[in-house]
Design a protein around this ligand. Structure first.
Ligand code: GTR
Length: 405
């Protein structure tokens, strides 16, 4: 399907049948959390590792953290700010590093460490904050057009550090390019963190096993490792979030790493929270043509053949259960199929109910700007493809409930 034929009309959505989340080969259904955790969940995780986002690499043999800067008077005295270099290495001496920006409320103490939000950023750490002395990052991608002073602070509303801090949360970010540069071809892997873990000589072999989304998500886990060493941060209360391709990434991070206790995707769309089988907006074919490095080679079998999928994105979301999940859409972001995102979140509820938790217990989509706040949360923000203070307003409320603040 070419971009011109993109479906934006509900009446044109093909009829499809969603694979059953709890269904077993013999026609019966998973009925207990034990069976879910020992059998069905690993099966679903294997589908995504083999056919969608690739392997989840082992932890690097060497990992250490270098504090690059500390400011005790950040954000007009309300926060401690740290810039930390996360060094990863192999026994053979290969190394890769990326820098994390971390804000911690001044009210945090070792006796009362604070919960934390972590997410990747698109442009560089310097773009996420209005503090102009934050070091530029994002050099992993040579074509990064935001490596300049004009870009400083240009993503501030996506991050809302000041309000997050005031509400008693720490907040951390890393530029995704520094984990794996987002070149639209397989050469990205040569410059990525994968180069310390595997040979990247044969790119077609790499493509069989790894993806950029997989590496970004894995990088989030390394960020969380680092947060575990921060005494003012309670890393056992960590929320992971991301916008768009980075929302696909936050879901995959949450699926693999159960230390993320609240998993948020904003406008993650195709390959994220949206159902593939609806073929509404961006499709498997469009996305894997434009971004071959986001999916493993085996994913190509579904280009134009969503009917062959024995899974759909409610499977991905179910991997978060029983931890809290929030899917957010935006009214004008039809490319990401808000209705498909809502439906996947709703159908993931089958896994939550196994744990005695609630899913989304209604069939109709909520009105714009209405929040469905539960173990599976959802909202449809008025506006465009973005992560805004209105999205954050819901995330803070969820954090307050889940982390019992
Ligand atoms: C688009 C892509 C989407 C989404 C978006 C983004 O070009 O088609 O799937 O990931 O980029 O990340 O901003």
């Amino acid at each position: 399907m070419s971009k011109k034929e993109v479906i934006y009309d509900e009446a044109l959505v093909p009829s499809y049948q969603l694979p059953s989340l709890l269904g077993k080969g013999d026609g019966s259904s998973v009925a207990s959390t034990g069976e879910w955790l020992s059998t069905r969940r690993p099966e679903i995780l294997a589908i995504y590792r083999e056919r969608v986002f690739g392997k989840w690499p082992h932890r690097p043999q060497i990992q250490w953290y270098e504090t690059l800067s500390v400011r005790e008077d950040a954000l007009d005295g309300e926060a401690i700010r740290k810039e930390i270099r996360i060094h990863l290495g192999s026994a053979e001496g290969k190394t890769h590093s990326f820098d994390m920006l971390l804000y911690i409320p001044k009210t945090a103490t070792p006796e009362h460490p604070v919960p934390v939000f972590i997410g990747l950023n698109f442009r560089g750490n310097h773009a996420t904050t209005d503090e102009r002395d934050v070091a530029m990052t994002g050099f992993g991608y040579e074509k990064n057009q935001y490596l300049n002073d004009e870009a400083r602070g240009n993503s501030v509303p996506r991050w809302c550090f000041r309000e997050t801090i005031r509400r008693g949360y720490a907040s951390a970010t890393i530029c995704y390019h520094d984990i794996c540069p987002d070149y639209n071809d397989l050469s990205c892997f040569r410059h990525s963190v994968l180069s310390i873990l595997e040979s990247t000589e044969d790119l077609s072999l790499v493509h069989r096993n790894y993806t950029a989304i997989g590496l970004w998500a894995w990088g989030l886990s390394r960020g969380l490792d680092c947060l575990e060493s921060e005494v003012l941060v309670d890393s056992s209360r960590c929320a992971v979030h991301g916008l768009s391709r980075l929302g696909k990434t936050s879901l995959w991070a949450g699926a693999n790493d159960e230390r993320f206790k609240l998993v948020i995707s904003t406008d993650s769309g195709c390959g994220g929270a949206a159902l593939f089988k609806r073929c509404f907006g961006e499709t498997a074919e469009i996305i894997s043509t434009a971004f071959p490095h986001w999916f493993v080679e085996a994913f190509a079998q579904y280009r134009g053949r969503e009917d062959l999928m024995d899974f759909d994105q409610h499977f991905l979301l179910s991997l978060i259960a029983p931890r809290a999940l929030c899917v957010a859409s935006a009214t004008e972001d039809l490319w990401a199929d808000p209705r498909g995102e809502f439906l996947a979140a709703k159908h993931a509820g089958d896994a939550y109910r196994l744990f005695g938790l609630s899913g989304i217990e209604r069939d109709d989509m909520p009105a714009a700007d209405e929040w469905l706040t539960g173990d599976v949360s959802y909202h449809l923000r008025t506006g465009k493809h973005d992560q805004t203070p209105e999205d954050w307003a819901h995330y803070w409320v969820l954090g307050d409930r889940i982390f019992q603040k």
